[in-house]
Design a protein around this ligand. Structure first.
Ligand SMILES: Cc1ncc(COP(=O)(O)O)c(C=O)c1O
Length: 361
């Protein structure tokens, strides 16, 4: 690692690609001869509009977003979308299907109950959210306005490896896996993601919505959460999170230089492969998620002894591997290995784990 940087395995906010940070640093006080920082620019200025347009264009290109879908930059993070989704979409029939596979999909369902009837199509709570239900286990209701699920469960370390089929439009929270693999966007009514893992600094959500779904919001929908308004005003109804959008543009350039989402998928396969191969061969560390549901972004594991787990997290931090403690609701350890985590970081972590195992078993 260069410049005294550490391997940061945080679940988010998390590592950003170093070249993007360096570009931002170089342009921080004087953006390309304008004499001002991007932070100081009017969002209505020509120079900022170019930054905004090129970020949006790059996202459309990288994720192959079809023309039927609009890209929105919204505030309030992914949690804002837990409310915005039902406010905008549940009114069509008054009810929606939710699959609960972890903390955040549970919170999304809880928020939606304020605005309509929520039907839990499946829950993985029976096995402590260690698996993703199969298509046959989804009990879909005939009159749902949409089916909501969370594509990657950041806390429990599970990921959907199939796209569920439903008559109702699909809505998915991709906060912790967006830009890490290709997505067939046309299959979705709406995709949203908080940006602080694979995209940009915290404080914004990217929303990709089929334009046909907008315009049916409940009358109580705050204007700032109205997809119709955001589409009509091209995400500039009010002052958008200008610097986050600029940073997203820099991150997207890095993604493009590394083979786009196909390149990111190959890298994530290598990163996750190294860790899971090691866990599968270890008699000391154990992976927590069931094998066919494992996340390639958040790898959860434990020794089985909470004291050893704490010792591991402490000694790992001292060795420069930061933020490996599992979430408080899940315990154990979690290595979040998003796009910007270098392969060497995972390789070095595995070496550290081997060494820790030898000394402590
Ligand atoms: C999958 C998922 N959804 C939603 C959220 C909540 O995001 P935010 O903090 O941007 O509201 C998180 C946060 O980590 C997450 O991992």
């Amino acid at each position: 690692m260069v410049q005294g940087r550490v391997y940061n395995f945080s679940a988010g906010p998390s590592m950003l690609p170093l070249p993007a940070l360096e570009r931002a640093a170089g342009e921080l006080t004087n953006y390309r001869g304008t004499g001002m920082s991007v932070m100081e620019m009017s969002h209505r200025s020509k120079v900022y509009q170019e930054i905004f347009d090129s970020t949006k264009r790059a996202l459309r290109e990288v994720l192959s977003v079809p023309e039927s879908h609009e890209i929105l930059f919204m505030q309030g993070g992914a949690t804002g979308q837990f409310a915005a989704v039902p406010l905008n979409l549940i009114g069509t029939t008054g009810s929606a299907d939710y699959v609960v596979t972890g903390n955040f999909s549970g919170l999304a369902a809880k928020e939606a109950r304020k605005y309509g009837e929520v039907h839990i199509a499946a829950s993985s709570e029976d096995r402590r959210h260690t698996y993703i239900p199969g298509q046959k286990e989804l009990k879909l209701s005939p009159d749902a306005s949409y089916l909501h699920y969370c594509a990657n469960n950041t806390i429990y370390g599970t990921e959907w490896h199939y796209v569920p089929v439903s008559k109702a439009p699909l809505v998915a929270d991709f906060s912790s896996s967006i830009l890490s693999h290709p997505i067939d966007v046309a299959k979705y009514g709406l995709i949203y993601a908080g940006v602080q893992k694979n995209m940009a600094p915290a404080g914004m959500a990217v929303v990709i919505i089929d334009r046909a779904l907008a315009g049916h919001e409940l009358p109580i929908t705050p204007v700032i959460m109205s997809y119709k308004t955001m589409i009509d005003k091209e995400s500039m109804y009010n002052t958008p999170p200008t610097y986050n959008i600029y940073m997203l543009g820099l991150v997207l350039e890095w993604v493009k230089e590394h083979g786009g989402v196909e390149g990111m998928e190959e890298l994530r396969r290598q990163r996750a492969g190294m860790l899971y191969d090691f866990l599968d061969g270890s008699r000391f560390f154990h992976g927590i998620a069931e094998r066919d549901s494992r996340s390639m972004m958040n790898v959860t594991f434990r020794t089985g002894d909470p004291d050893l787990d704490s010792k591991f997290v402490k000694e790992a931090a001292e060795a420069g591997f930061l933020n490996l403690a599992g979430h408080r609701v899940a315990g154990g350890m979690r290595a979040s290995i998003y796009n910007a985590m270098p392969l060497e970081g995972v390789r070095a972590l595995v070496e550290f784990m081997k060494d820790f195992e030898l000394k402590n078993k």
